[in-house]
Structures are given as structure tokens and as C-alpha cells.
Design a protein around this ligand. Structure first.
Ligand SMILES: Nc1ncnc2c1ncn2[C@@H]1O[C@H](COP(=O)(O)OP(=O)(O)OP(=O)(O)O)[C@@H](O)[C@H]1O
Ligand SMILES: [Mg+2]
Length: 223
């Protein structure tokens, strides 16, 4: 479950204050796929970062899979990300000197998994990047890097997936592969918060949220 209550985030830069999120309250039940939309700069990535515990709210509370993220120390948040909450970053954040499969296997350094290598292979196959197994990020296209970042996030079968524009660099066919993979996770009970501009028609979200200048302006549940 993802539960935000009255969450605000302000960034202070000298004399300027940016209100990136303004009193946002929302709820995503376990096993739901939520779509988060909004124009560029509306606060989507800020919201993902707060849910992941990568930033702290200026105000409000966040409950993510029974974790009170707003009240947790940095080490506890890191453990939460390792064990329960996976993030697909908008800018990928792959390790440049590791190969594709090594990047995908990274989460297995912090969590004990029974068969990480076959699981990594299966994900690469599912996402159409198995032919890039030994390529480093610099030797992959943006779309291949993106799918590599998605495979890394899914390796541990996390309870919650926070995916920030995971289809942003993909053609229709690759985007469909990614959305299908996320849909398979939803069917297994994973809670997914997906930032996307294109996915509305293809993925049939359980609930949709729209941000505008940091405010939640629209919420729509599947009838
Ligand atoms: N560290 C920061 N310091 C100051 N301002 C920031 C910081 N991070 C984000 N912002 C501002 O907060 C607002 C929301 O940014 P955010 O990255 O959440 O937008 P977004 O909806 O993800 O946009 P995009 O669709 O372009 O990825 C923007 O106006 C941005 O400039
Ligand atoms: Mg963003």
C-alpha cells in the first residue's frame, strides 16, 4: 500500500522557494497499478523520490508497505529499498563500468535470492535485451539502458515498484514489453506507481492521479 497524507515538498534555493509538491494526499491499495501523470515540472519525480525515501517531505506523512517513511532513518530507508520498494529511475542510474547483467544483479548483493542469475536472464529475455548481456551502459541505446534499469528493479520481486517514465525512451513494441512485464507483476499482487504520459490506453490502470504545479488536481478510479 502507498499512502500519502498532506505531503508537501519545498526546495529552497537562495531567496527562491520551489513548491514541488503541495499538500498531496493519495492512496494506492496493495496490488493496484496507479498511473501518475502531469506536465513536466509538476512534481512527479519528487513524489517518487519521497515514496522511495530518497528525500524527506517538508510536511505530511508517507506510509509505504507499512513503513512510516517520513519518520525513518536513512539506513532504514535504504533497507526498505533493498527489500521491499524498487525504483526505476527516470535517468536510469546504471553503474557505467558494470555490464548489463551485472547491473541487473546488483540488488542480489543486498538481498539473498535463491536463483538471481536465471531470474536476471528471464527478465532480460522478457524485456528483449538478452543480446546485450555483456554490454556496458555506454554501449547500449537509451531504450536498452532503460529496460536494463527495469530488469534491475524487478530482480527481487519487490512488493512495491515506483517506475518513473519507464517507457520514456522506448518505441511502441518495447514499451508494450515493459508494460506487459509490469502488468504481470500487478497480477502477482505487486503495487505499482507508474509515471507515464503514454501508458493510459495500454495498461488500464486501477487508479489515475494527475499533478499540476505540485497539486493533486485529478483522481480517477477504474469504474
Ligand atoms: N533539488 C531541487 N531543487 C530545487 N528545485 C527542484 C529540485 N528538484 C526538483 N525541483 C523543482 O521541482 C519541480 C518538480 O520537479 P520534478 O522533477 O518532480 O518534476 P516532474 O513532474 O518529474 O517533471 P518531468 O516530467 O520533467 O520529469 C520542478 O519545478 C523542479 O524544477
Ligand atoms: Mg520527472
Amino acid at each position: 500500500m502507498i499512502l500519502l497524507d498532506n505531503v508537501s515538498k519545498q526546495f529552497v534555493r537562495g531567496k527562491e522557494t520551489v513548491f514541488a509538491l503541495d499538500a498531496v494526499s493519495l492512496r494506492v491499495e496493495q496490488g493496484q497499478l496507479a498511473l501518475l501523470c502531469g506536465a513536466s515540472g509538476s512534481g512527479k519525480t519528487t513524489l517518487i523520490n519521497l515514496c522511495a525515501g530518497l528525500a524527506s517531505p517538508s510536511k505530511g506523512t508517507l506510509h509505504i508497505a507499512d513503513n512510516k517513511v517520513h519518520a525513518m532513518r536513512q539506513a532504514e530507508r535504504a533497507a526498505m529499498r533493498a527489500q521491499q520498494v524498487a525504483v526505476v529511475f527516470q535517468l536510469f542510474h546504471l553503474i557505467p563500468y558494470l555490464s548489463a547483467v551485472e547491473n541487473i544483479l546488483l540488488p542480489s548483493l543486498t538481498v539473498s535470492l535463491s536463483d538471481p542469475v536465471p531470474r536476471a536472464m528471464q527478465l532480460m529475455e522478457q524485456l528483449g535485451i538478452v543480446h546485450r548481456i555483456n554490454h556496458r551502459p555506454g554501449e547500449m541505446s537509451a531504450g536498452e539502458r532503460q529496460r536494463c534499469a527495469i530488469a534491475r528493479a524487478l530482480l527481487t520481486d519487490p512488493a512495491i515498484i515506483l517506475a518513473d517514465e519507464p517507457t520514456g525512451n522506448l518505441d511502441k513494441e518495447s514499451a508494450a514489453m515493459v508494460l506487459e512485464t509490469l502488468d504481470t507483476c500487478r497480477k502477482k499482487g505487486t503495487t505499482i506507481l507508474l509515471v507515464s504520459h503514454q501508458a493510459v490506453d495500454t495498461i488500464n490502470p486501477d487508479i489515475m492521479f494527475q499533478l499540476d504545479h505540485g497539486k493533486l488536481v485529478k483522481e480517477e478510479s477504474k469504474p
